[in-house]
Design a protein around this ligand. Structure first.
Ligand code: UD1
Length: 427
């Protein structure tokens, strides 16, 4: 791959064993729906434990464009949504962040109208929003898809509905909850997503005066209320960032102590790491969990990893586990059941010497003893994290470009890995 001059890169000299302590940042996938939820609040909300991420900055720009007053101080973001002046999100802001579709339910819930550009596909293949649209229509919203825009109106108000999702979509569940909290009557979502981020969203909204029950299970009930006030809330730990650091510890055969984690949220990963031969446990003295991992010298392939909706193995952790599996004794089969096109990192891992063959949604990884440094390109967020993970093991120098993808979801991954012994820098 030809390296372009002046493009920011992460440069890694592989081979260092990681050791030490790291804090797990707040969850990106919680902050985005939480920030959009503040649109519903007629007052000020403060969200704590917000990492510095370009996706969070993009969400703040959308809030400011709507007329909310959004300000960051260190890891806290305050949003005053007393007065909204706008119900449209310009296409360029929508494009900055695919998950900006989560503003749809919140703006509609507050103003009964909204105009958004269609988010379109993304690096993980097509990301349809048919379930979001079907549900909102059932709740009385008239939605017209015109020239790449969604024009949404509910002049008669939004009403509760019985909604059964054919797929437990995280984004659709969030949008339905957001539109339902101030709707007339009760909404019931069946086959709802059970992800911890849904629980976090419901916890914040309930603090603001909403009446949501069942979040975290397959059936969520939302009893509409007249209005919401603001609230203070601490964002849950990022389980995918925790997964990334666990993989970084394991691939370097090192040991790490992850503070401010939530062990329950990563419980699907623990048996896989144990099967590989890692020693992993948790203790809780301060209210937050500390997760300890110690990777033995000889790590075995875990045979099969199949992604699925929570509480199954998260699709977002698959790329980093693939990097790790490429260095283990034996063969690992990955079956990706959530997204098409989620193995793009496999080709880049191949540049380091990983032996991976991909057929549609199945990847077969044959572990190798050595990886060697190479020039790599991150093409999506978690794929980028997988390249950083693999580069920690690879002999020699790896240079990774496509850093903006990684900055969407990691607050200073370079500084953090350096702190625990990696030879890594921004260049
Ligand atoms: C969220 C997460 C993402 C994670 C994913 C699955 C955020 C910002 N992103 O994405 O990191 O990988 O959950 O855990 O929280 N689908 C449809 N129609 C729809 C909606 C979804 O067919 O209307 C399909 C998708 O194409 C995909 C599957 O359902 O195959 C799951 O998608 P979904 O749960 O909606 O993921 P996101 O909310 O986009």
């Amino acid at each position: 791959m030809a390296l372009k001059k002046g493009v920011p890169r992460i440069v890694v000299q592989g081979g260092n064993k990681l050791a030490g302590e790291l804090d797990v940042q707040g969850a990106k996938n919680s902050i985005l729906p939480l920030l959009s939820a503040t649109v519903l609040c007629q007052g000020e909300s403060v969200l704590h434990n917000c990492p510095n991420l370009t996706d969070a900055d993009a969400a703040c720009r959308i809030l400011n464009c709507l007329g909310c007053r959004c300000a960051r101080e260190a890891k806290s973001i305050s949003v005053n949504s007393s007065e909204l002046i706008n119900t449209d999100v310009p296409a360029e802001l929508m494009r900055e962040m695919r998950s900006s579709i989560v503003f749809l339910g919140a703006i509609l819930g507050r103003t009964r109208q909204c105009r958004l550009s269609f988010p379109g596909g993304c690096e993980l293949g097509p990301r349809p929003i048919d379930l979001h649209i079907m549900a909102l229509r059932k709740m009385g919203v008239d939605i017209k898809e015109e020239h790449g825009y969604l024009n949404c109106n509910a002049p008669g108000g939004i009403h509760g509905a019985y909604i059964s999702l054919s797929i437990p979509s995280v984004g659709a569940t969030e949008n339905i909850i957001l539109a339902a909290v101030t709707a007339k009557g009760t909404t019931e979502i069946h086959n709802a997503a059970c992800e911890p981020e849904i629980v976090d969203l419901a916890a914040f909204l309930n603090k603001c005066g909403a009446r949501i029950s069942g979040a975290g299970t397959g059936t969520v009930a939302i009893e509409g209320v007249e209005r919401l006030g603001g609230a203070e809330h601490k964002v849950i730990p990022d389980r995918i960032v925790a997964a990334t650091y666990l993989c970084c510890a394991a691939i370097t055969r090192g040991e790490l102590m992850l503070k401010n984690a939530d062990y329950n949220h990563i419980s699907a990963l623990v048996p896989v790491l144990e099967q590989m031969g890692c020693n992993i446990y948790t203790y809780n003295t301060t209210g937050e969990d500390t997760v300890y991992i110690n990777a033995g010298k000889i790590l075995r392939a875990p045979y099969k990893i199949r992604t699925s909706a929570h509480p199954g193995f998260p699709t977002d952790a698959q790329p980093m586990f693939m990097a790790l599996a490429s260095t283990l004794k034996g063969t690992t089969v990955f079956v990706e059941t959530i997204f098409d096109n989620r193995f793009r990192h496999a080709q880049e891992l191949g540049r380091l010497g990983a032996k991976i063959s991909v057929d549609d949604r199945v990847a077969v990884v044959e572990g190798v003893e050595r990886l060697t440094g190479a020039d790599l390109e991150a093409t999506d967020l978690r794929g980028g994290a997988a390249l950083v993970t693999a580069a920690l093991f690879a002999e020699g120098t790896s240079r990774i470009c496509g850093i903006p993808h990684i900055d969407r979801g990691y607050d200073d991954i370079v500084g953090n890995l350096k702190k625990v012994g990696a030879d890594i820098k921004n260049a």
